[in-house]
Design a binder for this molecule. Structure first.
Ligand code: NAI
Length: 327
């Protein structure tokens, strides 16, 4: 039997945490033959609820689950972890300024970066889910300089999966037959869902849909605004789809993307596609041997360029706001 992998989930007493930890314990994230030890972190007001989640994990008798650490201590939570899924954060509350929310998250991600840097296993892979996801990941990178920057990512796979879902519904084809959409940029409503290179049942999506007005308009806004639509319908934000997409992100990163398929991940920009270096920006990537590579050489038309630049601009502003919270 393989040695267990230690997976940290922060904010584990929250909504996404509640959907995510059973998926991890079932082998959905790392595969059906990979034992896991779950490390769950939350803050003291959620300690009792966190313990309740631990009780349920015990009750579910997951064969792959070799241990559970449920704690409010950041050091204990981070010690020895191979994978860190950062779901905990400070939500925007009514009437709060953007800067105040940013400031809370900057201090959380600064502290957790230091703990991961000191106590996580070497080569720990980090996925930031909590919003503002790209900028939280950037702060984490800045304050964990010894963790390779390629190990720090943020979640845009939910947006990617939403785009696959919309195309599948529109064309009435299986979602598994739709491939290679791209989410560029920020996990926010400025993201650019791009279908110019996407295929369905092996044919270009644009040729099959035959409606550029929809693809350049309603399709894009539906994907961009999907989070808000879920909140309106459910009164809570997306949780099962976020948890499932987080599993997809880590699984493809660790196990690899299928030949001929790319996925979207928020990663540290090296300036590819003229995206400013030094932002955490969502790109199309392929993964092999536990490492992602940005897909290169895709032609970018003028419509796309504008949208890719606009979301980069928003990320630069977020970065400046985050830095202003540090001083
Ligand atoms: P939630 O409010 O139900 O859970 C968040 C949990 O984090 C709470 O249990 C809270 O106590 C905990 N927490 C707060 N500060 C913490 C800290 N310093 N350390 C550890 N835990 C802490 O929220 P939910 O619905 O689970 O969402 C979590 C985050 O994920 C939010 O920021 C949300 O905006 C974001 N999100 C991101 C998505 C993406 O695609 N990137 C999709 C959906 C949500």
């Amino acid at each position: 039997e393989k040695d267990p992998v230690r997976v940290l989930v922060t904010g584990a007493a929250g909504q996404i945490g509640y959907a995510l930890v059973p998926m991890i314990a079932r082998g959905i994230m790392l595969g059906p033959d990979q034992p896991v030890i779950l490390h769950m972190l939350d803050i003291p007001p959620a300690a009792e609820a966190l313990n309740g989640v631990k009780m349920e994990l015990v009750d579910a008798a997951f064969p792959l689950l070799k241990g559970v650490v449920a704690t409010t201590d950041v050091v204990e939570a981070c010690t020895g972890v191979n994978i860190a899924v950062m779901v905990g954060g400070f939500p925007r509350k009514e009437g709060m300024e953007r800067k105040d929310v940013m400031s809370k998250n900057v201090s959380i991600y600064k502290a957790q970066a230091s703990a991961l840097e000191k106590y996580a296993a070497a080569n720990c892979k980090v996925l930031v889910v909590a919003n503002p996801a790209n900028t939280n990941a950037l702060i984490l990178k800045e304050f964990a300089p010894s963790i390779p920057e390629k190990n720090i990512t943020c979640l845009t796979r939910l947006d990617h999966n939403r785009a696959l879902g919309q195309i599948s519904e529109r064309l009435n084809v299986q979602v598994s037959d739709v491939k290679n959409v791209i989410i560029w940029g920020n996990h926010s409503s400025s993201q650019y869902p791009d279908v110019n290179h996407a295929t369905a049942v092996g044919k270009p999506v644009r040729e099959l849909v035959k409606d550029d007005e929809w693809l350049n308009g309603e399709f894009i806004t539906t994907v961009q605004q999907r989070g808000a639509a879920i909140i309106k319908a459910r009164k809570f934000s997306s949780a099962l789809s976020a948890a499932s997409s987080a599993c997809d992100h880590i699984r493809d990163w660790v196990i690899g993307t299928p030949e001929g398929t790319w996925v979207s991940m928020g990663v540290y920009s090296d300036g590819s596609y003229n995206v400013p270096a030094g932002l955490i920006y969502s790109f199309p990537v392929t993964c092999k041997n536990g490492e992602w590579t940005i897909v290169q050489g895709l032609p970018i038309d003028e419509f796309s360029r504008k949208k890719m630049d606009a979301t980069a601009e928003e990320l630069s502003e977020e970065k400046a706001l985050a830095y202003s919270c540090l001083s």
